[in-house]
Design a protein around this ligand. Sequence first.
Ligand SMILES: NC(=O)c1ccc[n+]([C@@H]2O[C@H](COP(=O)([O-])OP(=O)(O)OC[C@H]3O[C@@H](n4cnc5c(N)ncnc54)[C@H](OP(=O)(O)O)[C@@H]3O)[C@@H](O)[C@H]2O)c1
Length: 326
Amino acid sequence: MKILVAIYSSFAGWNIPDSHVERLRREFPDHEFLHARGEAGVAPLIAEAEVAFASELRKHHLAAARRLRWVHSPAVGIGGMLFPEMVASPVTMTNSRGVTAGPISEHVIAVVLAVFRKLPLAIRRQAEGIWAQHEIAADPPVRQLSESRVLLIGLGSIGAAVARKMVALGARVAAIRRRTTAPAPDGVEVHGSDALHGQLSAADVVVVTAPQTRATWGMIGAAELRAMRRDAIVVNVSRGKLIDEAALASALRDGTIGGAALDVFAEEPLPPDSPLWRLPNVLITPHTSWQRTQHWDDVTAQFAANLRRFEAGQPLINPVDKTAGY
Ligand SMILES: NC(=O)c1ccc[n+]([C@@H]2O[C@H](COP(=O)([O-])OP(=O)(O)OC[C@H]3O[C@@H](n4cnc5c(N)ncnc54)[C@H](OP(=O)(O)O)[C@@H]3O)[C@@H](O)[C@H]2O)c1
């Protein structure tokens, strides 16, 4: 069987290392692994491939694919590959759900504690050699997670990992998800989307972990920001387009909400003229919440486990509902 590996990006961290493609070749000597290192390399190689381990496939790639049956994404968010022809096609899609839940949940804990404990201000004053005791003690107050209510929008692999850590730290945790009767971590109050505004008004911290789909695009806009507490913090580790960025910048500037920790943006890299760069109550990370040393080991191992299942005709792990978009 021919398997196309097409995982490439201008950001090196999103490229599968050659060593891991070699690892797959050693583990599956009966299959031929074709490796495309850029978009132009995909069309000629995909024609005979039955499987694609791919981060981006375009409409013309699908048109060139004569034998494609299954696409596995090294990411979780695969919206860019869900163009109408792919959704309508019989190609099965799976993703790498779960691989980034550990680092991203630690990242969420880190940024919420950093904002609650006013660490960005302490770091700025340290660089200036200033003893900022009065400034840090002034309003807004330093806060404690165990006295807080956290609302997760999305309770999938990342949301559930954040929930477990928040519960362990003593926070009260609620979540909004689509399937309200699906199993949830202990101690988490689960609601459907109809409860969004009521839940937003009760939360000290709002963490966005839902996927980017037609239903979630812009789901946090001016009205949702107005529903939040004036001291609420918004954390986005999902996709930038779930939040109306202009409305968010206004809400942060005029005190409608207290602060934000943002890892993802509508446009990446975040343009230099974005007002978000200059707001003192915003903590920006450049889409790095997922990073850790074992990332590609685990992504490759998860694909290999799924390939064994594919070979055996067993149900694949992490299937994507192409119509729902995640
Ligand atoms: N920052 C990064 O580097 C990074 C890395 C990985 C992933 N991500 C992003 O994070 C997203 C979540 O990842 P994951 O692994 O947690 O995905 P997941 O396991 O598929 O979970 C998605 C969750 O969102 C919920 N959801 C879907 N549509 C919704 C809606 N309309 N309203 C409310 N909740 C909704 C789902 O509800 P049900 O449980 O009811 O189905 C599920 O709980 C990905 O889609 C990706 O965009 C970002």
